[in-house]
Design a protein around this ligand. Sequence first.
Ligand code: DX5
Ligand code: ZN
Length: 216
Amino acid sequence: MKTIVSPSLLSANFIDLKSDVEMINRSEADWLHMDIMDGVFVPNISFGFPVLEAVGKYCQKPLDVHLMIVHPENYIDQVAKSGAMLMNVHYEACTHLHRTIQQIHDAGMKAGVTLNPATPVSVLEDIITDVDLVLLMSVNPGFGGQKFIENTIGKLKRLRELIDKSGSKALIEIDGGVNGETAPRLVKAGADVLVSGSYVFKAQTPEDVIHHLKEL
Ligand code: DX5
Ligand code: ZN
């Protein structure tokens, strides 16, 4: 299977979002990654549901929504209304993760669970067959352009093992510090989906960078 590429809109040019969404539409990107932050779960605030809805209407690629917020279960209907294909919630933000995953499915979306760098893969043992995707944070969430945390490679291999052993069909997505150096190593270690923000949007020719990531 070819690597799924999900550029992160967080590094786009917010004064001219339309051009960047058009670039995504033209490109070989599979999904568009949308980072919503609340200033509580993470020490930053990005954009909210009005932007998600506007981009959702214009973007021809499925939306991969990453909620870095407390109580994500309160916003399932709003995310679904934007037309999102996938809703990622943080393990650390969900007291009743199993219920939240069910509610995301009931709203007609794929459900992803996200782990912070310090959260071990083993916490997923009893939920791995219920989720469609696991998103491993390879930086501490909240900001684009941070340095890749090396421990992610070993963690990714442990997750691959857990998924293969359990018979789960979950995809593995990696988010943070994905670039020309880390991407090939992540694909080799078993990543299915690569999120990339600054490496794509700050490039001279973002479409070529997306093409290059697809070829891994
Ligand atoms: C960070 C976000 C990422 C961010 C990645 O909290 O979840 O999606 O956009 O940015 P880069 O690829 O620049 O590390
Ligand atoms: Zn993200």
